[in-house]
Design a protein around this ligand. Structure first.
Ligand code: ADP
Length: 319
């Protein structure tokens, strides 16, 4: 069978897709307003969520059970909500599902693959399902190169490492030139090298479309996202840039190395954000306007931001 020869090894996402019909790409926003969802068992997974998300990488940070997947599945048109609205540019996401799906790339938390089929054949199959008719082979081949799976394109997916599977997941999400890309907990189970490659790939993509990265891992957001939200129990606790979040913490984070036997007492009496073991001894971070006795000022990091909000030491802002 004749295969198209690709001359340009590093194609960008627009070229890797099928079309260039989205002229309003730059001004496009995802507007989520007052979204609510209570499951039949009474769990309120989304409790009046409002967020506006523009082009670039957006980090949705929250602990397990915060409501991230519920929100991601809703945006991906896979789940109904009880109330609220979502718009992607001019599209009503909750109603015009077909329109959304045409513009959506989705990498779910559990990305199952058929073990025996090759990367090439699977990607081509997905392209058929997504309705890509013209230049299909070129689209598939461009994407395989782009996610660095060209050399292993004929290998069965079942033999792929976690990182390779994730990169394949990104390739399938990119088919069809999506304007909105959703990745749900993408780095779980990746080793540091694979994670780095995945980060690089995501950050390249993120410059041109809306990418929402849902994660409970603070470092994912720190390394990739120019905007973020912290959510917990279905509510937005912070929305803004990571720099704004850090600014708000400035002068309010205090650190002390304490003997292990004092940990319980300190945790009971002070707003302890975190305690990490350093060289066998707990180092405690505390949030507050005033410097607690024996503590020294510490520079805030995103982990402090995350736990300060999650533990309710700071009232929600910017949400
Ligand atoms: P996250 O992705 O942040 O871990 P989820 O959206 O999966 O959060 O879950 C939010 C809350 O809703 C959790 O308390 C979870 O147990 C609950 N939940 C999720 N899916 C269902 C479901 N299908 N039925 C009932 N409860 C659910």
């Amino acid at each position: 069978m004749h295969r198209l020869r690709i001359r340009r090894p590093n194609l960008n996402i627009r070229e890797a897709g099928v079309s260039n019909h989205y002229t309003k790409r730059d001004t496009m926003e995802l507007r989520i307003q007052h979204l609510s969802k209570t499951y039949p068992n009474g769990v309120k997974a989304l409790d009046d969520i409002s967020l506006t998300i523009g082009r670039g990488m957006f980090g949705l940070l929250g602990p397990n059970g915060a409501g991230k997947s519920t929100l991601m599945r809703t945006l991906a048109t896979l789940q109904e909500v009880d109330g609220g609205s979502v718009e992607l540019g001019e599209i009503d996401v909750l109603r015009d599902k077909v329109e959304v799906r045409r513009r959506l790339g989705y990498l779910p938390q559990e990305f199952g693959v058929y073990a025996r089929i090759s990367a090439y054949d699977m990607l081509e199959h997905i392209a058929v399902l997504k309705g890509i008719r013209t230049r299909r082979r070129q689209v598939v081949e461009d994407l395989l190169r782009r996610v660095n799976l060209w050399e292993v394109r004929k290998k069965a997916l079942g033999g792929f490492s976690g990182g390779m599977k994730q990169r394949f997941g990104i390739a399938q999400a990119l088919i069809g030139d999506p304007r909105l890309i959703i990745v749900d907990e993408p780095t779980a189970g990746l080793d540091p090298g694979e994670r780095n490659r995945f980060y690089n790939l995501l950050s390249e993509i993120g410059e041109q479309v809306i990418v929402i990265l849902s994660t409970h891992i603070v470092d994912d957001v720190k390394e990739l996202c120019s905007r973020m939200a912290v959510i917990d129990k279905g509510r937005v606790l912070f929305a803004g840039s990571p720099f704004d979040a850090l600014d708000e913490m400035r002068g309010r984070i205090w650190r002390c190395r304490i003997p292990r036997q004092r940990l319980e007492e300190v945790t009971a009496t002070l707003p302890v954000i975190s305690s990490r073991m350093v060289a066998g001894q707990p180092v405690v971070h505390v949030y507050g306007e005033a410097q607690p006795e024996g503590f020294e000022p510490a520079e805030a990091d995103l982990e402090d931001v995350f736990f300060t909000y999650i533990k309710g030491f700071k009232t929600p802002v910017g949400a």
